[in-house]
Design a protein around this ligand. Structure first.
Ligand code: FPP
Length: 251
């Protein structure tokens, strides 16, 4: 969870991205939506690379939400195929860069083949000490919190913890990514200004950056703009602006 020392940090330690706008990017070019997702993969590759170069501690990408199953069958299956081929083509290089890959979300809904690839990628990179790359698939923030509540309730039932022990700190230990710093910077491309059930617990104090740029057009230059915006944010964590300025002068 956040602490006061965080306000001194200029570079975000943990960035999360909602990669939106692939469909519209394709539509503008009279191409099928799947072509937009393919172009989106290229952007994803570039931004992951940029984050590795910038020594960002953690990058979390929203690749497929629990609500995305509502899309046409053909789009869902082509996205699954894309995840599989991307994993197969990228994991080796990411491993060489010491990236630790983790998937968050309910992966049991995926094909055996995709689940196997996911597990292989996680197993291969589990001890890597470079950037943490978290890929949210079939993920929903409410699912995350509900899963945490269920696990805590089971502990209470087994008399391992008391109901009076339940507080924000404890819940924080049960939601996904609890071993990482809370996200500092949230980026959403594609012009929509909403969180869409992404990491809703973890984003409590995150700075939210929205851009109209469509994900396939989000390049290193756009990423730098987001970082530039972030460094000018005053992170107060409930304090007043004066208090923060005073603390910064002392440190
Ligand atoms: C949202 O754009 C994008 C998605 C639902 C898919 C995002 C996935 C990728 C970019 C591939 C990443 C791959 C890996 C392996 C991490 P949209 O289709 O909702 O766009 P629209 O709002 O313009 O229709």
């Amino acid at each position: 969870m956040e602490n006061d020392s965080k306000q001194q940090i200029i570079k975000p330690e943990h960035i999360v991205i909602v990669m939106d706008g692939n469909g519209r990017w394709a539509k503008k070019r009279f191409m099928p939506r799947t072509a937009g997702h393919k172009a989106g993969v290229k952007s994803t590759r570039k931004i992951v690379e940029t984050c590795v170069e910038n020594k960002i501690e953690a990058l979390t990408l929203f690749a497929f939400s629990s609500e995305n199953w509502k899309r046409p069958d053909q789009e869902v299956s082509s996205l699954m195929e894309l995840f599989l081929t991307t994993l197969q083509s990228e994991v080796k290089k990411l491993h060489e860069q010491s990236v630790c890959i983790r998937f968050i979300g309910d992966c049991t809904a995926f094909s055996d083949k995709l689940q196997k690839s996911i597990k292989q990628a996680e197993d291969l990179t589990v001890n890597n000490t470079g950037m943490n790359l978290n890929i949210a698939v079939n993920y929903g923030g409410r699912w995350d919190i509900a899963t945490a509540c269920r696990a805590i309730a089971e502990k209470v039932q087994a008399s391992e913890i008391k109901t009076s022990d339940i507080d924000a700190e404890l819940i924080n230990q049960y939601v996904t990514l609890s071993d990482l710093p809370d996200p500092d910077l949230f980026i959403r491309t594609g012009g929509e200004q909403r969180i869409s059930n992404f990491l809703i617990w973890q984003l409590a104090y995150t700075e939210l950056y929205f851009t109209d740029v469509l994900w396939p057009d989000f390049d290193e230059n756009e990423f730098d703009k987001a970082l530039g915006w972030f460094v000018n944010r005053q992170r107060r964590f409930g304090k007043t602006g004066d208090q923060v300025e005073q603390a910064n002068k002392v440190n």
